[in-house]
Write a protein that binds this ligand. Structure first.
Ligand code: ZN
Length: 201
């Protein structure tokens, strides 16, 4: 559900390799991280420019280690807010593929993010996750969800809290290698084809 951080460390489903530019990994990352920002959980669907607003985030910044710039396991998916607040100077943040963010961060009904650890506090501080606009938007989406559920408005629920329409068909991608090729058959595009895609998530 929205704003509930994963209780397990993210285990990568995809492992493409060999692209010459990091943007080519973007569709893989969209699917990998379910079309939302790993840091704040804001979704593509909530932005007027959808996925175009989102970007490939280098967990270890290029300026710190250039050899990881095209390493899929160093890439995350993030919203413009988190991407622009992250900078090389701040040092390493909590890696969502190592640490379950759910143990460190929690969202209250008022939209305010609460830290359950020092690392969680650093995430909130560095990425300005409790800035007034960010908090207000969270609260708005939570009440929107509650309202639509109460009304039983399935169409609107899907519009706000469903999957994007332009799911990438990862079977058509041609990376030089794929270390986790079995993940392709379970990409969201395939799930939709099989009628197994949930209406909302
Ligand atoms: Zn974000």
């Amino acid at each position: 559900m929205i704003f509930v951080y994963p209780t397990k460390a993210h285990k990568r489903r995809h492992g493409p390799d060999g692209y010459r530019d990091y943007q080519s990994y973007k569709d893989w990352l969209r699917d990998e991280f379910t079309f939302r920002c790993v840091y704040c959980l804001f979704r593509e669907l909530w932005y007027p420019d959808r996925h175009r607003a989102f970007g490939v985030d280098h967990f270890v910044p290029k300026s710190v280690d250039e050899t990881l710039a095209l390493n899929y396991d160093n890439l995350l998916y993030s919203c413009p807010w988190c991407n622009s607040n992250k900078s090389a100077e701040i040092g390493p943040l909590l890696d969502p593929c190592v640490e379950p963010y759910g143990e460190h961060l929690e969202v209250g009904e008022d939209g305010c993010l609460k830290a359950n650890s020092a690392d969680g506090e650093i995430l909130i501080d560095v990425l300005l996750l409790n800035e007034a606009d960010k908090k207000a938007f969270r609260k708005r989406m939570l009440s929107q969800l509650e309202l639509l559920e109460k009304l039983g408005d399935k169409e609107k629920l899907k519009e706000y809290f469903g999957f994007p329409l332009n799911l990438p068909d990862l079977r058509r991608k041609r990376p030089r290698e794929n270390r986790r090729s079995e993940g392709v058959a379970r990409c969201y595009y395939v799930l939709r084809e099989r009628g197994e895609l949930p209406e909302t998530y």
